[in-house]
Write a protein that binds this ligand. Structure first.
Ligand code: SF4
Ligand code: MG
Length: 329
């Protein structure tokens, strides 16, 4: 059984008859111990889809799905008590900016011990011991004395380590890391990713790594999902996607990477941005930005379909040479 199973998950905002589809009928699953990368520009629905899994979409957002289960438990209909047991304990999430996720009014130790109290109970002494252990696990030196510090006394990298310690406090089976390194210096970014992967292996935890950085997930993830404007446009093994993307959007993400452009005079990237509520076109949502768009693309939405062990949502997927399989007109 897959750990997390999602079928046709949508998150809509705004009016019933003309909703903004922040997430539009996405399906994926993740197994125990697997690392899944979810990639896309900002506004592609990566974070919103994960917040929906965590039950963190508030009114006026509307979540619907044919299936949304964690180890067979239906997350859409679970009672408040069962949900509390699951979310934050078996599934937990860390966010982009640790400074806004930690409470500035409480010490690091208090916040970790509170997380333990809510989900695991135990005596105060046990929780304190576990809090020290957790800080050691995430590589914080002088763990014992760090319990008494406040978040503002920590650097960005240290704060993110504390967030990770809190997220893994209850030994989750699935950790969702939403842009966990974006707010950090480049050298610290690598350390945090290494730490996440290290913990993932040691604890045999499943990890969803959400990022706009395709190079990062290409190395870290087993499988990658590429999202655009709330939809999955490509899904497959990380290595295969990185070596030969089949979707024009994935190709553009790759071509905008500095390492890909080595030796070339400039980075190539798609013009424009992810369409918002009022500027979504008919047909394929990428068509205003896609170099291969045809008249057909402007009128008919492509379906996500299986191709060579991958899933691709494009009328003319790219071949191994990076050219559309059918010539554009
Ligand atoms: Fe580009 Fe057409 Fe494919 Fe959309 S369907 S990604 S516009 S080629
Ligand atoms: Mg986001």
């Amino acid at each position: 059984m897959s750990l997390l199973k999602i079928e046709r998950l949508s998150v809509h905002f705004g009016e019933e008859n003309a909703p903004f589809k922040a997430v539009d009928r996405i399906s994926y699953q993740i197994d125990k111990g697997e690392v899944l990368g979810i990639v896309g520009e900002s506004g592609s629905g990566k974070s919103v889809s994960s917040l929906a899994v965590m039950g963190l979409i508030d009114y006026p957002g509307r979540v619907s799905a044919d299936t949304l289960t964690f180890e067979g438990n239906d997350l859409l209909t679970l009672g408040a008590k069962e949900k509390q047991k699951l979310v934050g304990a078996e599934v937990s999430m860390i966010f982009q900016d640790p400074m806004t996720s930690l409470n500035p009014a409480y010490t690091v130790g208090f916040q970790i011990m509170e997380a333990l109290k809510v989900h695991q109970g135990g005596s105060k002494a046990e929780r304190r011991k576990r809090a020290v252990e957790l800080l050691q696990m995430v590589g914080i030196p002088d763990a014992e004395s760090r319990l008494a510090v406040y978040p503002h006394q920590l650097s960005g990298g240290m704060s993110q380590r504390v967030m990770i310690a809190m997220a893994i406090a209850c030994k989750p089976k699935l950790l969702i890391a939403d842009e966990p390194t974006t707010a950090l210096d480049v050298t610290i970014q690598a350390q945090i990713v290494d730490l996440l992967l290290d913990l993932q292996k040691k604890e045999n935890m499943a990890l969803i790594l959400i990022t706009h950085d395709l190079a990062l997930v290409a190395e870290a993830a087993h499988r990658i999902i590429v999202m655009y404007a709330g939809q999955i446009v490509e899904e497959g093994l990380a290595e295969e996607i990185f070596n030969a993307p089949k979707h024009p959007y994935t190709q553009a993400l790759l071509q905008s990477l500095p390492e890909f452009a080595e030796g070339k005079s400039h980075l190539k990237s798609l013009p424009g941005v992810v369409p918002g509520k009022y500027d979504r076109s008919a047909g394929c949502l990428l068509n205003p930005r896609c170099p291969y768009a045809t008249e057909h693309c402007r009128q008919v939405e492509p379906q996500l379909r299986a191709l060579d062990g991958r899933q691709v949502k494009c009328h003319t997927p790219l071949n191994a040479q990076g050219e559309p399989l059918c010539p554009s007109n």
